[in-house]
Design a protein around this ligand. Structure first.
Ligand SMILES: [Zn+2]
Length: 229
């Protein structure tokens, strides 16, 4: 790929991390001269890297084209989606966009890193669209194991991308009002050029458990602890 590569009249997708691996999600969309970053996560290292705690995606591709990066949109607050922000946000130097709960987690990280004042952190409430360069983006609430799990609708002159982030269909999500199957069907019927889908254990045919079951399990455990304590 040539060094001065800039997206032309086209739509590109490039995963710098998190595809075919768990953790450090960093995705790029390219369109009309600009790149959009979706998530900036990290991975907690395991036994494979003794002495190493955190692993980050290699951002060299976008660092070489930093003038073309329009912004970073965060889908939700898990570490594998926002964990690298305090380490790279200042160097990348572009605005961040997140829903209120995720933004609060990010704000604390920036504060801890002493760079809160250096970073433009935009809080997006609701599902109205907002522009990041040539990309027109809106959040789609989806059930996940954290508050404010979101997919993204990314509209471009070349078509609509549905970028799911982490998600599941859960009739008892406990927190928030996720999009229903009907709403997702409607979204599909309206026309989606591509769905970019991220789901751990996607090849496992069993349904993932409901957050409601987790809640009941926790309550049972806690009341047993209280009774025996
Ligand atoms: Zn997640």
């Amino acid at each position: 790929m040539k060094k001065d590569f800039t997206p032309e009249k086209e739509l590109l997708f490039l995963a710098l991390g998190g595809s075919a691996e768990i953790g450090m999600n960093v995705n790029l969309y390219g369109c009309d001269g600009k790149w959009l970053m979706v998530d900036l996560g990290m991975t907690f290292s395991g036994d494979q890297y003794p002495g190493v705690d955190l692993v980050f995606a290699d951002l060299e591709f976008i660092e070489d084209r930093i003038k073309d990066l329009a912004g970073i949109v965060l889908t939700h607050g898990h570490e594998d989606h926002i964990g690298a922000i305090p380490y790279f946000a200042e160097d990348l130097g572009v605005p961040l966009y997140a829903t209120p709960f995720t933004a609060d987690l990010i704000r604390r990280k920036l504060e801890e890193a002493g760079i809160l004042g250096e970073i433009e952190l935009n809080i997006i409430e609701g599902t109205d669209s907002f522009a990041v360069g040539p990309f027109d983006i809106s959040y789609v609430p989806l059930a996940h194991s954290i508050a404010e799990g979101n997919g993204l609708i990314i509209d471009t002159p070349y078509g609509r991308i549905f970028h799911t982030g982490d998600w599941k269909l859960d009739e008892e999500p406990i927190v928030g009002e996720p999009t229903t199957e009907e709403e997702l069907t409607e979204l599909g019927d309206a026309g989606v050029l591509a769905m970019v889908c991220d789901s751990t254990n996607v090849f496992n045919p069993e349904p993932s458990g409901s957050e409601g079951a987790v809640y009941r399990g926790l309550m049972k455990k806690l009341s047993a602890t209280r009774a025996s304590g």
